[in-house]
Design a protein around this ligand. Structure first.
Ligand code: NAP
Length: 297
Protein backbone atom coordinates (compact mmCIF):
# COMPACT_ATOMS: atom_id res chain seq x y z
CA UNK A 1 0.00 0.00 0.00
CA UNK A 2 1.24 3.42 -0.92
CA UNK A 3 1.70 5.99 1.82
CA UNK A 4 -0.04 9.30 1.36
CA UNK A 5 3.33 11.01 1.91
CA UNK A 6 4.69 12.08 -1.48
CA UNK A 7 8.49 12.17 -1.64
CA UNK A 8 10.30 13.74 -4.60
CA UNK A 9 13.85 12.48 -5.14
CA UNK A 10 16.01 14.74 -7.30
CA UNK A 11 19.18 13.03 -8.56
CA UNK A 12 18.91 9.31 -9.31
CA UNK A 13 22.63 8.53 -9.59
CA UNK A 14 24.74 5.84 -7.92
CA UNK A 15 23.33 6.82 -4.51
CA UNK A 16 20.04 8.58 -5.26
CA UNK A 17 18.72 5.71 -7.42
CA UNK A 18 18.89 2.98 -4.77
CA UNK A 19 17.83 5.43 -2.03
CA UNK A 20 14.68 6.22 -4.04
CA UNK A 21 14.08 2.48 -4.48
CA UNK A 22 14.26 1.98 -0.71
CA UNK A 23 11.71 4.76 -0.18
CA UNK A 24 9.44 2.94 -2.63
CA UNK A 25 9.94 -0.31 -0.73
CA UNK A 26 9.02 1.47 2.51
CA UNK A 27 5.68 2.34 0.90
CA UNK A 28 6.16 6.02 0.08
CA UNK A 29 4.70 7.60 -3.02
CA UNK A 30 8.02 8.46 -4.71
CA UNK A 31 8.47 10.80 -7.67
CA UNK A 32 11.90 10.60 -9.30
CA UNK A 33 13.57 13.35 -11.29
CA UNK A 34 16.99 13.26 -12.92
CA UNK A 35 18.81 15.58 -15.32
CA UNK A 36 19.34 12.78 -17.86
CA UNK A 37 15.99 11.07 -18.46
CA UNK A 38 17.24 7.47 -18.81
CA UNK A 39 17.58 7.15 -15.02
CA UNK A 40 13.98 8.33 -14.58
CA UNK A 41 12.83 5.60 -17.00
CA UNK A 42 14.74 3.02 -14.89
CA UNK A 43 13.08 4.31 -11.75
CA UNK A 44 9.61 4.08 -13.33
CA UNK A 45 10.40 0.44 -14.21
CA UNK A 46 11.06 -0.15 -10.48
CA UNK A 47 7.53 1.09 -9.74
CA UNK A 48 8.16 4.77 -9.02
CA UNK A 49 6.57 7.81 -10.59
CA UNK A 50 8.70 9.86 -12.96
CA UNK A 51 8.83 13.63 -13.52
CA UNK A 52 10.32 15.46 -16.49
CA UNK A 53 10.99 18.70 -14.62
CA UNK A 54 11.92 19.77 -11.12
CA UNK A 55 8.67 21.75 -10.96
CA UNK A 56 6.57 18.68 -11.75
CA UNK A 57 8.50 16.57 -9.24
CA UNK A 58 8.19 18.91 -6.26
CA UNK A 59 4.86 20.64 -6.87
CA UNK A 60 2.78 18.30 -4.70
CA UNK A 61 5.59 16.72 -2.70
CA UNK A 62 5.47 16.70 1.10
CA UNK A 63 9.16 15.85 1.23
CA UNK A 64 11.93 16.63 -1.27
CA UNK A 65 15.21 14.68 -1.18
CA UNK A 66 18.16 15.99 -3.20
CA UNK A 67 21.12 13.70 -3.99
CA UNK A 68 23.40 15.74 -6.25
CA UNK A 69 27.18 15.90 -6.67
CA UNK A 70 28.36 19.30 -5.44
CA UNK A 71 27.44 22.69 -3.91
CA UNK A 72 26.80 24.47 -7.26
CA UNK A 73 24.49 21.62 -8.36
CA UNK A 74 22.41 21.89 -5.19
CA UNK A 75 22.30 25.69 -5.49
CA UNK A 76 21.14 25.43 -9.09
CA UNK A 77 18.52 22.73 -8.53
CA UNK A 78 17.15 24.24 -5.32
CA UNK A 79 17.56 28.02 -5.62
CA UNK A 80 18.00 28.38 -9.40
CA UNK A 81 15.41 29.35 -11.97
CA UNK A 82 12.53 26.87 -12.04
CA UNK A 83 14.08 25.18 -9.03
CA UNK A 84 12.76 23.65 -5.84
CA UNK A 85 12.20 26.89 -3.91
CA UNK A 86 10.19 28.33 -6.77
CA UNK A 87 7.83 25.36 -7.02
CA UNK A 88 7.66 23.52 -3.69
CA UNK A 89 4.64 24.08 -1.46
CA UNK A 90 5.10 26.14 1.67
CA UNK A 91 5.55 23.75 4.60
CA UNK A 92 7.35 21.12 2.51
CA UNK A 93 10.39 19.46 4.04
CA UNK A 94 13.63 19.53 2.04
CA UNK A 95 16.26 16.90 2.91
CA UNK A 96 19.61 17.44 1.23
CA UNK A 97 21.51 14.14 1.26
CA UNK A 98 24.27 15.46 -1.04
CA UNK A 99 27.73 16.15 0.38
CA UNK A 100 28.31 19.90 0.02
CA UNK A 101 29.99 22.81 1.78
CA UNK A 102 28.56 23.47 5.28
CA UNK A 103 28.45 27.25 4.63
CA UNK A 104 26.38 26.70 1.48
CA UNK A 105 24.02 24.49 3.48
CA UNK A 106 23.52 27.21 6.09
CA UNK A 107 22.84 29.82 3.39
CA UNK A 108 20.44 27.54 1.49
CA UNK A 109 18.56 26.57 4.67
CA UNK A 110 17.95 30.29 5.34
CA UNK A 111 16.77 30.81 1.73
CA UNK A 112 14.40 27.85 2.14
CA UNK A 113 13.06 29.21 5.43
CA UNK A 114 12.25 32.51 3.65
CA UNK A 115 9.92 30.48 1.41
CA UNK A 116 8.36 28.56 4.29
CA UNK A 117 10.28 25.39 3.41
CA UNK A 118 11.92 23.42 6.22
CA UNK A 119 15.49 22.29 5.51
CA UNK A 120 17.52 19.43 6.90
CA UNK A 121 21.04 18.47 5.81
CA UNK A 122 21.48 14.71 5.85
CA UNK A 123 24.67 13.62 4.08
CA UNK A 124 25.28 9.90 4.10
CA UNK A 125 28.11 7.42 4.48
CA UNK A 126 28.18 3.76 3.51
CA UNK A 127 28.72 3.94 -0.23
CA UNK A 128 26.74 2.37 -3.02
CA UNK A 129 26.44 -0.89 -1.06
CA UNK A 130 24.94 0.98 1.91
CA UNK A 131 22.53 2.81 -0.38
CA UNK A 132 21.36 -0.46 -1.94
CA UNK A 133 21.08 -2.27 1.41
CA UNK A 134 19.38 0.71 3.08
CA UNK A 135 22.10 0.61 5.74
CA UNK A 136 23.54 4.12 5.34
CA UNK A 137 24.90 6.12 8.24
CA UNK A 138 23.18 9.51 8.09
CA UNK A 139 24.45 12.63 9.86
CA UNK A 140 21.67 15.10 10.26
CA UNK A 141 21.72 18.86 10.79
CA UNK A 142 18.70 21.09 11.36
CA UNK A 143 16.05 22.14 13.86
CA UNK A 144 14.95 19.29 16.15
CA UNK A 145 11.30 19.34 14.97
CA UNK A 146 12.35 19.19 11.31
CA UNK A 147 14.80 16.37 11.99
CA UNK A 148 12.02 14.47 13.81
CA UNK A 149 9.80 14.93 10.74
CA UNK A 150 12.60 13.70 8.46
CA UNK A 151 13.48 10.68 10.60
CA UNK A 152 11.02 8.11 9.13
CA UNK A 153 12.20 8.98 5.60
CA UNK A 154 15.85 8.76 6.65
CA UNK A 155 15.27 5.45 8.44
CA UNK A 156 13.94 3.99 5.20
CA UNK A 157 17.39 4.63 3.68
CA UNK A 158 19.77 4.16 6.59
CA UNK A 159 20.22 2.29 9.84
CA UNK A 160 22.24 4.87 11.78
CA UNK A 161 20.49 8.25 11.81
CA UNK A 162 21.94 10.79 14.24
CA UNK A 163 20.95 14.41 14.79
CA UNK A 164 24.31 16.16 15.22
CA UNK A 165 23.29 19.83 15.57
CA UNK A 166 21.81 22.83 13.72
CA UNK A 167 21.79 23.41 9.94
CA UNK A 168 25.19 22.65 8.39
CA UNK A 169 26.33 20.35 11.23
CA UNK A 170 25.53 17.23 9.21
CA UNK A 171 27.86 18.50 6.49
CA UNK A 172 30.61 19.26 8.99
CA UNK A 173 30.41 15.71 10.36
CA UNK A 174 30.42 14.34 6.81
CA UNK A 175 33.59 16.36 6.07
CA UNK A 176 35.24 14.69 9.09
CA UNK A 177 34.04 11.35 7.74
CA UNK A 178 35.67 12.01 4.37
CA UNK A 179 38.94 13.00 6.06
CA UNK A 180 39.04 9.67 7.91
CA UNK A 181 38.05 7.62 4.85
CA UNK A 182 40.62 9.23 2.52
CA UNK A 183 43.43 8.90 5.06
CA UNK A 184 42.54 5.27 5.74
CA UNK A 185 42.41 4.38 2.03
CA UNK A 186 45.82 5.95 1.53
CA UNK A 187 47.33 3.95 4.42
CA UNK A 188 45.73 0.71 3.19
CA UNK A 189 47.09 1.47 -0.31
CA UNK A 190 50.58 2.06 1.09
CA UNK A 191 50.39 -1.15 3.16
CA UNK A 192 49.32 -3.20 0.11
CA UNK A 193 52.15 -1.87 -2.07
CA UNK A 194 54.58 -2.45 0.82
CA UNK A 195 53.36 -6.05 1.22
CA UNK A 196 53.55 -6.62 -2.53
CA UNK A 197 57.13 -5.31 -2.65
CA UNK A 198 58.07 -7.83 0.05
CA UNK A 199 56.44 -10.69 -1.85
CA UNK A 200 53.87 -11.35 0.89
CA UNK A 201 50.48 -12.87 -0.02
CA UNK A 202 48.28 -9.76 0.24
CA UNK A 203 45.03 -11.68 0.76
CA UNK A 204 46.45 -13.60 3.72
CA UNK A 205 47.93 -10.41 5.13
CA UNK A 206 44.60 -8.55 4.86
CA UNK A 207 42.81 -11.42 6.61
CA UNK A 208 45.02 -11.20 9.68
CA UNK A 209 45.27 -7.38 9.64
CA UNK A 210 41.49 -7.13 9.59
CA UNK A 211 41.29 -9.10 12.85
CA UNK A 212 43.65 -6.86 14.84
CA UNK A 213 43.91 -3.21 15.80
CA UNK A 214 44.54 -2.28 12.14
CA UNK A 215 41.11 -3.68 11.22
CA UNK A 216 38.83 -1.16 9.50
CA UNK A 217 35.98 -0.94 6.98
CA UNK A 218 38.33 0.01 4.12
CA UNK A 219 40.20 -3.28 4.60
CA UNK A 220 36.86 -5.10 4.74
CA UNK A 221 35.23 -3.42 1.76
CA UNK A 222 37.99 -2.09 -0.50
CA UNK A 223 41.14 -4.17 -0.09
CA UNK A 224 40.01 -7.02 -2.37
CA UNK A 225 39.43 -4.58 -5.26
CA UNK A 226 42.73 -2.85 -4.54
CA UNK A 227 44.55 -6.20 -4.67
CA UNK A 228 42.78 -7.15 -7.93
CA UNK A 229 43.33 -3.71 -9.47
CA UNK A 230 39.55 -3.28 -9.88
CA UNK A 231 38.67 0.37 -9.38
CA UNK A 232 35.09 0.35 -10.63
CA UNK A 233 33.18 3.07 -8.71
CA UNK A 234 31.67 3.08 -6.01
CA UNK A 235 32.75 6.50 -4.91
CA UNK A 236 34.52 8.46 -7.61
CA UNK A 237 37.88 10.17 -7.15
CA UNK A 238 36.25 13.35 -8.54
CA UNK A 239 33.77 13.36 -5.64
CA UNK A 240 36.35 12.65 -2.96
CA UNK A 241 38.54 15.41 -4.39
CA UNK A 242 35.54 17.72 -4.00
CA UNK A 243 35.06 16.55 -0.40
CA UNK A 244 38.71 17.05 0.54
CA UNK A 245 38.41 20.60 -0.80
CA UNK A 246 35.51 21.05 1.65
CA UNK A 247 37.57 19.57 4.50
CA UNK A 248 40.69 21.68 3.89
CA UNK A 249 38.69 24.91 3.49
CA UNK A 250 36.64 24.25 6.62
CA UNK A 251 39.77 23.34 8.64
CA UNK A 252 41.50 26.52 7.50
CA UNK A 253 38.42 28.55 8.39
CA UNK A 254 38.42 27.05 11.90
CA UNK A 255 42.20 27.47 12.30
CA UNK A 256 42.73 23.73 12.67
CA UNK A 257 45.86 21.92 11.43
CA UNK A 258 45.16 18.73 9.45
CA UNK A 259 48.62 17.89 8.08
CA UNK A 260 47.85 14.32 7.02
CA UNK A 261 44.53 15.44 5.56
CA UNK A 262 46.26 18.04 3.42
CA UNK A 263 48.73 15.47 2.07
CA UNK A 264 45.97 13.04 1.16
CA UNK A 265 44.02 15.90 -0.44
CA UNK A 266 47.07 16.58 -2.63
CA UNK A 267 47.39 12.89 -3.52
CA UNK A 268 43.68 12.67 -4.45
CA UNK A 269 44.10 15.81 -6.58
CA UNK A 270 47.16 14.33 -8.30
CA UNK A 271 45.32 11.08 -9.03
CA UNK A 272 42.54 13.11 -10.61
CA UNK A 273 44.97 15.27 -12.59
CA UNK A 274 46.44 12.08 -14.04
CA UNK A 275 43.05 11.32 -15.60
CA UNK A 276 41.66 8.95 -12.98
CA UNK A 277 38.76 11.10 -11.72
CA UNK A 278 36.11 8.57 -12.69
CA UNK A 279 37.73 5.62 -10.89
CA UNK A 280 36.84 4.52 -7.37
CA UNK A 281 38.72 6.40 -4.63
CA UNK A 282 40.53 3.16 -3.74
CA UNK A 283 42.56 3.90 -6.91
CA UNK A 284 44.85 5.87 -4.57
CA UNK A 285 46.76 2.59 -4.76
CA UNK A 286 47.59 3.36 -8.42
CA UNK A 287 49.39 6.51 -7.29
CA UNK A 288 51.32 4.66 -4.56
CA UNK A 289 52.34 2.06 -7.17
CA UNK A 290 53.52 4.84 -9.49
CA UNK A 291 55.36 6.76 -6.76
CA UNK A 292 57.10 3.50 -5.84
CA UNK A 293 58.11 2.70 -9.42
CA UNK A 294 55.85 -0.34 -9.35
CA UNK A 295 53.10 0.74 -11.76
CA UNK A 296 51.09 -2.27 -12.90
CA UNK A 297 49.86 -2.55 -16.49
P1 NAP B 1 26.28 10.49 -9.28
O1 NAP B 1 26.18 9.02 -9.51
O2 NAP B 1 27.14 11.31 -10.16
O3 NAP B 1 24.78 11.06 -9.29
C1 NAP B 1 24.50 12.41 -9.28
C2 NAP B 1 23.17 12.63 -9.98
O4 NAP B 1 22.90 14.03 -9.97
C3 NAP B 1 23.20 12.17 -11.43
O5 NAP B 1 22.08 11.36 -11.66
C4 NAP B 1 23.19 13.48 -12.22
O6 NAP B 1 22.40 13.43 -13.39
C5 NAP B 1 22.55 14.46 -11.28
N1 NAP B 1 23.11 15.81 -11.49
C6 NAP B 1 24.40 16.16 -11.51
N2 NAP B 1 24.55 17.49 -11.65
C7 NAP B 1 23.30 17.98 -11.75
C8 NAP B 1 22.78 19.28 -11.93
N3 NAP B 1 23.59 20.36 -12.00
N4 NAP B 1 21.45 19.43 -12.01
C9 NAP B 1 20.63 18.35 -11.93
N5 NAP B 1 21.06 17.10 -11.76
C10 NAP B 1 22.38 16.92 -11.67
O7 NAP B 1 26.79 10.80 -7.80
P2 NAP B 1 26.59 9.93 -6.49
O8 NAP B 1 27.76 9.00 -6.34
O9 NAP B 1 25.21 9.39 -6.42
O10 NAP B 1 26.81 11.08 -5.37
C11 NAP B 1 25.80 12.01 -5.04
C12 NAP B 1 26.20 12.71 -3.74
O11 NAP B 1 26.34 11.72 -2.71
C13 NAP B 1 27.55 13.45 -3.81
O12 NAP B 1 27.49 14.63 -3.08
C14 NAP B 1 28.51 12.46 -3.17
O13 NAP B 1 29.63 13.13 -2.62
C15 NAP B 1 27.63 11.82 -2.12
N6 NAP B 1 28.00 10.46 -1.70
C16 NAP B 1 28.33 9.51 -2.62
C17 NAP B 1 28.70 8.24 -2.17
C18 NAP B 1 29.11 7.15 -3.15
O14 NAP B 1 29.65 6.13 -2.69
N7 NAP B 1 28.89 7.30 -4.44
C19 NAP B 1 28.69 7.94 -0.81
C20 NAP B 1 28.30 8.91 0.10
C21 NAP B 1 27.95 10.17 -0.35
P3 NAP B 1 22.96 12.91 -14.82
O15 NAP B 1 22.44 11.52 -14.94
O16 NAP B 1 22.39 13.85 -15.80
O17 NAP B 1 24.47 13.01 -14.76
Amino acid sequence: MRSSTAVAVLGLGIMGGPMANNLLRAGYDVIGYNRSPAKVANFVEQGGRGAETIAAAVHDADVIVTMLPDSPDVEQVVAGEDGVLEHAASGALWIDASTIRPDVTVRMAAAAADKGIRAVDAPVSGGEAGAIEGSLSIMVGGAAADVDAARPILEAMGTTVVHVGPAGSGQTVKAANQLIVAGTIELVAEALVFLDAHGVDAEAAVKVLAGGLAGNRILDRKAAGMIAGDYTPGFRVDLHHKDLGIVTAAAREAGVAIPLGVVVAQLMGALRARGHGSLDHSALRLLVDELSGRARS
